[in-house]
Design a protein around this ligand. Structure first.
Ligand SMILES: [Zn+2]
Length: 305
């Protein structure tokens, strides 16, 4: 585990605060909140970005844009969001988002469905996935400082669990139904993670070059050959096969700690995740970690919806 102490995460919206901000049945409170987060500079047309839109006097939370349609384009507060085409109240969406963000390891759709009193798990599952798409972080800055990079195999079926931690096979030959994920973390900073099709030298070095500044003071990985081509970086390795774990500042404990949090979430709450949906769980995990000191994590999530 990392020896460096990290500051405690800041307090986030409690359940009581949530309930007083969004009283049961008060859809207007949710709409006002969504409007403020979605359009902090004032309402814009979701189609063409035009800021000069008109209130529709006959319908609250509806506007009209005269720019992108000959007869005017009418849109509602939820047009172009993940909340569109849903029969669930906004408050349910907000509550599910809040539940997902406040549980450290994530919450299964079964738990969410039960908590929310939804008739089917499917409803919670669909909502969860839509919310995860809103948490995908786009255009992240390249990581700097001291950066650790590592891959991990996540999810899969129980019968392959015995492969966990068994490292005597070369990685590329390891049999597994698990999904390979690569991640880079700046110590005390952000993480970026991505699902890989295969753990190849080409895929891993391309990921590092895209996500990590080559001006980092240190790039730390394990001894794996897949990182050998990164000669433009100050790249140092620890050899786990030789039981080397920490050489001065060179270790991969931070990223390994993150994998273990992610895996506990996946194993504990989600049982099995197919490779198809793994990118969404990776996005959720990344968003939660990168906003761990953000007291407005809920507002940030809603702004992306
Ligand atoms: Zn428009």
């Amino acid at each position: 585990m990392a020896s460096t102490k990290r500051p405690k995460p800041v307090h986030q919206l409690t359940s009581a605060q949530f309930d007083s901000m969004f009283p049961v049945g008060d859809e207007d409170a949710c709409k006002a909140y969504l409007k403020a987060r979605r359009w902090p500079q004032g309402v814009r047309c979701p189609r063409c970005g035009n800021p000069a839109v008109y209130d529709l006097p006959s319908r609250q939370w509806h506007w009209q844009c005269e720019k992108c349609a000959p007869d005017g384009y009418r849109f509602s507060i939820i047009a172009g969001t993940i909340f569109e085409n849903t029969n669930k109240p906004l408050r349910d969406w907000f509550k599910v988002t809040h539940l997902m963000l406040t549980s450290k390891k994530g919450m299964s759709s079964r738990q969410i469905g039960r908590y929310m009193g939804f008739g089917s798990v499917k409803t919670a599952w669909l909502m969860g996935h839509k919310i995860r798409t809103a948490l995908i972080q786009k255009d992240t800055d390249k990581l700097g400082g001291i950066v650790e990079v590592d891959e991990s195999f996540i999810g899969g079926k129980d019968k392959n669990k015995h492969w966990d931690g068994v490292d005597r096979w070369p990685r590329k030959h390891r049999k597994s139904t698990k999904t390979p994920v690569i991640g880079a973390v700046s110590r005390k900073g952000n993480v970026v993670a991505r699902v890989l099709e295969h753990v190849t030298s080409q895929a891993c070095t391309a990921f590092v070059r895209e996500m990590v500044s080559n001006k980092v003071s240190l790039l730390a990985t394990d001894e794996s050959k897949v990182y050998q081509g990164l000669t433009e970086y100050n790249h140092r390795t620890v050899d786990h096969h030789r039981k080397q774990y920490v050489i001065g500042a060179v270790h991969t404990n931070t990223i390994e700690g993150l994998w273990s949090i992610f895996k506990r979430g996946v194993v504990g709450s989600f049982h099995k995740i197919s490779a198809k949906y793994m990118p969404l769980y990776v996005a959720e995990f990344q968003f939660r970690y990168n906003n761990r000191f953000n007291s407005d994590i809920f507002g940030t999530a809603i702004a992306g919806c």
